[in-house]
Ligand binder design. Structure first.
Ligand code: NAD
Ligand code: UDP
Length: 337
């Protein structure tokens, strides 16, 4: 029996594939490489000593996806594949709706046909909008402010409806906080196209001299130093959360939802300082305007995942920064030669 990992060549999917292979799962990766590189598959093999099966397919292509279900005995699906750039989603909403929602519909139709019962979905803390209380618990109110976030909330709603109608399904909705860091080897990591939107790849590109300075988006938030606070989580911890979620699904729990965060918030300036300490590199920055749509603070209450999954983040901010730096300094151009 195999786990189908959609988007398995991407940042979180590649780290999760390694953890799954190391736990003894058979892994089948489907990725159209629209935001990743084939080299990742070689690195997964190098690090895990195992070769996952790979299909270069767009998941919205149902006919091609059906071949994957025919050729493999799929037991569970972890669905990472999605477009994820918030700003781009505002200018190209249709692409986001058709890719992120369309792909999930195809998977659900094929799950029904091939009797696959277990599904893990990559959701995001973005579904909490601007939280009324902190830390954020799973039953907080949900709201979104951009098309990317809306695709996550729509898929979550779809999953709740589908699980209500079919009690034999087991679905884990995992709401990630802010993944950073990289595999300890420095062989795989985050490799965004173009100028990064997220803070850690931006900082690491400043550190290797590819960008001149970090723009700090606002220092007038109602936080201790005025900059935005987020719950940064090591991508390997996040990857392990998926292994625990699969174990949970084997108990037939129906639909379950978990925050995957550390529970600790760090401001932009605290992150910059932690990175400088870990890398020995001074990070130049300039305070600029707030980025539209950003919120002051966001951090998880991860208690539910700890109680029900037996999962807790192990790595602290220093290791997250050290590992992000190892990846970027050893691969200044990411996966590009
Ligand atoms: P990523 O872009 O590195 O990985 C996504 C992968 O999916 C890429 O390899 C891409 O090529 C592939 N893909 C996209 N659309 C596809 C399609 N139609 N068919 C086949 N492959 C397709 O992103 P990531 O950071 O690893 O994120 C994984 C998931 O986690 C996404 O669903 C994302 O929305 C979610 N998420 C990410 C973050 C974050 O900060 N990285 C935070 C919260 C949630
Ligand atoms: N941020 C910043 N400069 C950047 C990118 C991000 O100051 O170039 C800040 C952003 O305002 C937020 C935090 O860093 O407070 C995390 O932003 P990111 O885009 O990484 O994740 P988000 O929480 O927005 O999904």
């Amino acid at each position: 029996m195999a786990v189908l990992v959609t988007g398995g060549a991407g940042y979180i999917g590649s780290h999760t594939s390694i953890e799954l292979l190391e736990e003894g799962y058979d892994v089948v990766i489907v990725d159209n490489l629209c935001n990743s590189d084939k080299i990742v598959l070689e690195r997964i093999k190098e690090l895990s000593g195992k070769t996952p099966k790979f299909y270069e397919i767009d998941i919205t292509d149902k006919e091609k996806m059906e071949v994957v279900f025919k050729e493999n005995e799929i037991d569970s699906i972890i669905h990472f594949a999605a477009l994820k750039a918030v700003g781009e989603s505002v200018s190209m909403p249709m692409e986001y709706y058709s890719n992120n929602i369309g792909s999930t519909l195809v998977l659900f139709e094929l799950m029904k046909k091939y009797n696959v019962k277990n599904f893990v979905f990559s959701s995001s803390a973005t579904v909490y909008g601007d939280p009324e209380t902190l830390p954020i618990v799973e039953d907080s109110s949900l709201s979104v402010t951009n098309p990317y976030g809306r695709t996550k909330l729509i898929v979550e709603d779809m999953l709740r409806d589908i699980c209500f109608a079919d009690k034999s399904l087991n679905v884990a909705i995992l709401r990630y906080f802010n993944p950073i860091g990289a595999h300890k080897s420095g062989r795989i990591g985050e490799d965004p196209n173009g100028i990064p939107n997220n803070i850690m790849p931006y900082i690491t590109k400043v550190a290797v001299g590819q960008l001149p300075y970090l723009n700090v988006f606002g220092d007038d938030y109602d936080t201790a130093d005025g900059t935005g606070i987020r719950d940064y989580i090591h991508v390997v911890d996040l990857a392990n959360g998926h292994v625990k979620a699969l174990e949970k699904l084997s108990e037939n729990p129906g639909l379950v939802t978990y925050n995957l965060g550390t529970g600790k918030g760090y401001s932009v300036l605290q992150l910059v300082n932690a990175f400088s300490k870990a890398s020995g590199k001074e990070i130049q920055y300039k305070i600029t305007e707030r980025r539209p749509g950003d919120i002051a603070a966001c951090y998880a209450d991860p208690t539910k995942a700890e109680k029900e999954l037996g999962w807790k983040a192990k790595y602290g901010i220093d290791e997250m920064c050290e590992d992000s730096w190892r990846w970027q300094s050893q691969n200044p151009n990411g996966y590009k030669k």
